[in-house]
Design a protein. Structure first.
Length: 495
């Protein structure tokens, strides 16, 4: 399986990766069909609720309140989990989290684990870390299973194998299942029922044999120490109840104060992600209970750049994200480029603002992600917790170009401007000067209009980066101010 995205920024910058992706007609067809289907279903599901706007606002307020008082609620969560019989571990970064989980698995004497779909464990590269320790991790979510068997990488938050079609999945099952356990049935076709049955038979033996389960969580309730996983296949329920030891790796931003707060998200998450009124499986667990579920429960609370993100008053709203993936399904850039181009386990619009904050903007891929957007605002319109993604994108673009103060690994630092943006900075300074001098601006506009027939169709030098993928706007025959004065006689001229 390929190395993890986060923490491994050796991927090409987004424009280069996107150019390669858009040449793949099969990929674009798969993405177009899937995103349009999910988008339409979500719109119908959301449209059923007359109070969707109020639920969205409630979710935003709950998340913002929790983030403002995150220290308090995390301590409350630890106390509640401990009182219920669980053990809490704190991990500052991916390396520490992997070390904790590997140590917990080794302590059981086991050499394999079954996993519930978890973006946090993908973020830290847990599967690869466990493999280095001689421990094999088996993904049990159908899409994650496809990705793992295909030695691939996830490309979508909700549907990690969205870039694969049924024929490709059949070929992966037929050639790879035998190396990981029970082989695919002879004569397997690409019908959904047969593919699902092949996966069910393959996974069944792993569920019944595994002594250790690894999960993430959609939410953690500080009030009771309860963790929540919502899913559609039932594999999560199997992983959470059958093993003797359960280890959950969860980002610290996933906490909510009370059960009453949880009720809001159990309405907005399923409708905004799978377009369902409620998830088929909503599993909750609170510590351990004799004779019911795992005997031992460990909660690993993961930071890995989250407190750095929290220190940014504009960027912190990315931590509201409940991983519904609605923003991916409406994004025109994601639809054409796919998830792999983002070089992160978090693709699409949310990944374009979350990854550069968790990892910083020092690498080429992270410096390019804030530009992986048309700023059309469709992502903000569908976000169930009202994350203003375009606002954060512009904020991060400024950080990339201008540098400035930021927090990295808990320390206040001053970032240097990224290389390659000198021309952009010069252009912005020139524009600022022109807008501050109306006479010069008007002269420049008139000169541009009178020489419009001599203008090139593309920009030279550094400007090629902009005009290489879009048309250069035509300059109008006369500036707006001149038109206004000519048609209105100058009576209402804009000052």
């Amino acid at each position: 399986m390929s190395a993890t995205f986060v923490g491994m920024p050796a991927f090409p910058a987004f424009p280069e990766a996107a150019r390669e992706a858009v040449r793949d007609a099969t990929l674009r067809g798969n993405l177009r069909h899937a995103t349009h289907t999910i988008r339409s279903k979500r719109a119908r599901a959301v449209g059923e609720l007359s109070d969707w706007a109020e639920l969205r606002e409630a979710g935003r307020r709950i998340k913002d309140h929790t983030l403002r008082h995150l220290d308090r609620y995390l301590v409350r969560l630890e106390e509640s989990v401990t009182a219920a019989g669980g053990t809490v571990h704190w991990a500052a970064d991916a390396e520490e989290a992997n070390r904790i989980v590997a140590g917990l698995v080794r302590a059981t004497g086991e050499s394999e684990v079954v996993k519930v779909k978890s973006m946090a464990t993908q973020e830290i590269g847990l599967n690869e870390a466990l493999e280095a320790e001689g421990i094999r991790a088996y993904e049990t979510d159908l899409a994650e299973l496809i990705v793992q068997l295909g030695k691939d990488r996830p490309s979508h938050i909700l549907v990690p194998a969205i870039h694969r079609n049924r024929g490709e999945i059949r070929d992966i099952f037929a050639s790879e299942m035998g190396e990981w356990g029970r082989p695919a049935p002879e004569g397997l076709t690409d019908t959904p029922a047969e593919l699902a049955e092949a996966a069910r038979l393959h996974l069944r033996e792993k569920f019944l044999r595994a002594k250790v389960g690894v999960s993430g969580a959609n939410f953690m309730v500080a009030e009771t120490g309860t963790l929540v996983v919502v899913e559609s296949e039932g594999n999560g329920r199997m992983c959470l109840t059958l093993p003797e030891t359960l280890i959950s790796v969860v980002g610290i931003e996933k906490v909510v104060p009370t059960w009453r707060d949880l009720e809001v998200f159990l309405q907005t998450l399923p409708r905004s992600s799978t377009a369902e009124r409620m998830n088929p499986y909503t599993s909750t667990w609170t510590g351990t209970t004799d004779g019911d579920g795992p005997d031992t429960f460990h909660l690993v609370l993961l930071d890995n750049g989250r407190t750095d993100t929290l220190a940014d008053t504009v960027g912190r709203q990315a931590l509201r994200c409940i991983r519904c993936s609605a923003c991916l399904n409406v994004c025109p850039v994601y639809e054409r480029a796919g998830g792999h181009a983002y070089g992160s386990v978090y693709p699409g619009p949310i990944g374009a603002i979350l990854s550069p904050q968790l990892r910083g903007t020092a690498s080429e891929i992270d410096a390019s992600l804030p530009y992986a957007s048309s700023l059309c605002g469709a992502c903000y319109d569908v976000c169930p917790v009202a994350i203003d993604i375009p606002e954060v994108l512009v904020h991060l673009r400024e950080r990339v170009v201008e540098g400035g103060p930021a927090v990295r690994e808990g320390n206040r630092v001053v970032l240097k401007p990224a290389r390659g943006h000198a021309a952009e900075r010069a252009a912005m300074r020139a524009a600022r000067w022109a807008f501050a001098h109306p006479g010069a601006l008007r002269t420049g506009q008139r000169l541009a209009s009178r020489t419009r027939r001599l203008h090139p169709r593309t920009l030279p030098g550094p400007g090629r980066a902009w005009s290489g993928s879009r048309d250069l706007p035509a300059v109008p025959a006369e500036p707006f101010r001149d038109w206004w004065q000519r048609t209105r006689g100058g009576k209402d001229e804009v000052k």
